[in-house]
Write a protein that binds this ligand. Structure first.
Ligand code: LMR
Length: 394
């Protein structure tokens, strides 16, 4: 039967990992997949996570199943991290998932069960896998503008004008912080206006929160999700622990459902667990156990907070240094937007053929749409990177 298949097109982000790995040029630069790297270009295991791993090794007594909802201690920890005391717990339900993508997928499964004809509004641009996951779940999608013509700032008026088309019961997918791939974020007043619109339209936010702690800080990055939890009757949230705990390959995330009342929250939760059971059955435990241990130990939590803040400030420093390096080399401030953005990503504004030249002629790897992962740029690579970009864009 497989002779009927043509090879699937390569994933635009993940395919870069193999291409980069196989490139023998020693000066190669990897700004592809969204993974944090330190000044030496390593993705370290955080010390707090390492210590939690030691404790888990000594204290774990069984590997028996936990069930489709995963570890309730992990879910409680993430509920506190994301919502603090701003979500009505009686109406909030959760499930541990295989990463943020697993959360997105089972939440789409839940939406498809609750309201199969609901339109999901998606910003343009968005994380490429959003569109793939929504299509896989069979949900109808409509898009709205997010970035201005240059791709460097939020086109807020255009976005709000297009969202006037949202109908009652529609779902609106929003990046809770650190937009991927854009890097340009809404400010608090703009989030308030989005909440007003969702409330007026009786629409449901679907928040993807994958980079909490990498933008302005843990609490600031949760502004939108906490605002919606206070103000709106219903919401779904996909959370990733990959980035802020640095446990990418452990596949750890959480799905949250806020419902209008406790009975509908219970019903929605039961369907969320069925969506998990029908797909991967139960999430892997290891990463969630590490997060739970870190969160519930005051000293480990403090250590983790300090490590995360150091990662955040490192990326902010790379952004500033890169903007300055561009200004010095190009003699213009047109790359200053990089210093204004938040999180790991910005769009350089390059065309796909320029991205190919960067790879072929300069061993610089970025996503075809021009997305760069600032967290992947070592300080000693900034000069070479700036020269390469200016060489292909002049
Ligand atoms: C990214 O956007 O690079 C990350 O979220 C990794 C991924 O799965 O695409």
């Amino acid at each position: 039967m497989f002779e009927t298949l043509q090879p699937a097109p390569p994933d635009k982000i993940l395919s870069l990992m193999g291409l980069y790995r196989d490139d023998p040029r020693p000066h190669k630069i990897d700004l592809g997949v969204g993974v944090y790297r330190d000044v030496e270009g390593r993705t370290p295991i955080m010390a707090a996570v390492r210590e939690a791993e030691r404790r888990l090794h000594d204290l774990e007594t069984t590997k028996s199943y936990l069930g489709p909802g995963g570890d309730p201690g992990y879910c409680d920890a993430i509920a506190q991290l994301v919502f603090a005391d701003q979500a009505p717990r009686a109406r909030l339900r959760s499930a541990q998932t295989p990463g943020g993508a697993g959360a997105l997928r089972i939440l789409c499964g839940l939406i498809a069960r609750a309201r199969p004809a609901a339109t999901v509004w998606v910003p343009v641009p968005t994380w490429v896998n959003h569109l793939a996951i929504l299509a896989d779940a069979g949900l109808p999608v409509r898009t709205h503008r997010y970035l201005d013509a240059a791709g460097h700032g939020v086109a807020f008026d255009a976005m709000m004008a297009e969202l006037q088309g949202v109908a009652a019961g529609d779902i609106v997918l929003l990046h809770g912080c650190c937009h991927n791939p854009g890097g340009a974020s809404l400010d608090r007043g703009q989030w308030d206006a989005v909440a007003d619109l969702l409330e007026r339209r009786d629409a449901i936010p679907f928040v993807d929160l994958a980079y909490q702690g990498f933008g302005l800080g843990l609490d600031d990055d949760a502004y939108a999700v906490r605002l919606f939890a206070r103000r709106l009757p219903e919401m779904v949230v996909a959370v990733s622990s990959s980035k802020n705990f640095g446990i990418y390959r452990e596949r750890t995330g959480a799905a949250f459902v806020l419902a209008a009342g406790a009975p509908s929250a219970d019903a929605a939760h039961s369907h969320l667990l069925v969506a998990a059971r029908n797909s991967y059955s139960m999430p892997p435990d290891h990463g969630a156990a590490l997060v739970r241990i870190v969160w519930n130990d005051a000293a480990l939590r403090a250590q983790w907070l300090a490590e995360l803040e150091a990662m955040r400030t490192h990326v902010v420093g790379v952004r500033r240094a890169l903007a300055e390096a561009f200004a010095a080399a190009a003699g213009s401030r047109r790359y200053d937007f990089i210093a204004r953005h938040h999180g790991m990503f910005s769009l350089l504004g390059t065309r796909p053929e320029q991205v190919r030249r960067l790879r072929d002629e300069h061993a610089v790897y970025l996503v075809e749409d021009g997305r760069i992962n600032l967290a992947g740029l070592r300080p000693d690579q900034i000069g070479a990177f700036v020269d390469a970009v200016l060489a292909v864009t002049r």
